[in-house]
Design a protein around this ligand. Sequence first.
Ligand code: GLU
Length: 506
Amino acid sequence: MENIRVRFAPSPTGALHIGGIRTALYNYLLAKKFGGTFILRIEDTDQTRFVPGAEAYIIESLRWAGIVPVEGPGFGGEYGPYRQSDRKAIYLDYAMQLIESGQGYYAFDTPEELDAARSADENFKYDSKTRLSLKNSLSLNPEEVTRRLAAGEAYVIRLKVPENETVLIQDLVRGEVSFQSNELDDKVMLKGDGMPTYHLANVLDDRLMKITHVIRGEEWLPSTAHHVLLYRAFGWEAEMPRFAHLPLILKPNGQGKLSKRDGSRLGIPVFPISWVSETPEDSFVGFREFGFDPHAMVNFMAFMGWNPGTEQEIFSMDELAAAFSVEKIGKSGARFDFDKAKWFNQQYIMASSNEELAQTIRPLIEAQGHQPTEAFLCSFAGMMKERVVLFPDFWTNGAYFFEDFTVFDEATIRKKWKTDGSRAIFTPLVDQLDQLTDYNAGAVQACVEAFTSVAGLKFGDVLPILRVGLTGTMKGPAVFDMMALLGKAECRRRLERAFDLFDKVY
Ligand code: GLU
């Protein structure tokens, strides 16, 4: 197998949509599977769309997801620079080669002239049919061209798309895709500001960085025709990278493409990490801030457009890489199923060690003003991990481990507590528990059982009182485990407080 080199080539125009993370992931998996190299290239040639902070956001997202480049800005590598704005001189050289070989030409048309052409004909295209009636080095005489260039007139360099050619692409996902060159316009390669367009820079960099596979979103498929023509123009067609165009990611209801606005509209994350902008409409909450484990997000994303062809759903990154193949990527759009994302997260949380979970949730608990010991937090995590879906649920569903409940299950209390007698019945239990020297779950249970039978009660009359008394709710981990973790003094304090509250329910 050749040395696989793949790249993720985002433009730093804002937050990276989840589709971008999937593209990065598939590239990464292919490289990892074959011991190849995953490269990050920042495509920032469109200065008008540049957004400060976007590159840092992209890198932080990739790091969080564990999709870490081997080469890229800040990562090193022998094929840099990896930011296109730092490669300007390279593109100019190659654009001149296009002119010299007659496959590119100077075009002097002003934006106003092009606008006028478009308003005269809404289907106007700068192409083999129209180019001779426009202002360029093919239509003007050579002296005129030389004069304009010497006078420093603004120009762009366009690709001279050949007539009557068929462009065939053997796409690894879509199979054979063909385009007729007569349908293609003479795309701008080098802009008036001396910057290349996406097309020129992308093809040259793929070539110069020895990219073997281009895996990218389906929206780039039409551009690929021009890219093939460029490879042809430079004489590199036989060594082109192989292309794989990924299916669209669809809205949760399957109707149309998932957009960044769908996230805010549906209250779900469609970005890996939060993006904070000046306006709330342009700020987005990420998977990370929603409370996802990055492995769960990756596992979920991997299945959006690919599947291993087996029943297995939980895959580590290494297992994904081993199972991954471009041939198993689907052609049809992949629905963004947020319930499935949550299901993955739940599986990951349940499978995590208490220590790992404690580390992740500590900031969430500390943000609520509590500083639990490591041992307490680990036990808490262990008791709660089957009862949560997202990380913040640890607090939402388990705040009572750290502080007094403020609301409690009144319906249960109304059923199980009598203001004219329950207190007298249950106070001895509190005292008996207080006698225990080793306050472990087994001892607590034995004590409660002994109390229940001596008092002639049923377990179903005692446990709800303890549970609601200690936590406020009927939901939660095993009562005796919780009691052991809270400790004797705390349980006593809580129960006495609760009995006062219960006496006020009627
Ligand atoms: N800069 C393009 C983007 O923003 C890259 C497309 C490609 O991978 O060729 O997605």
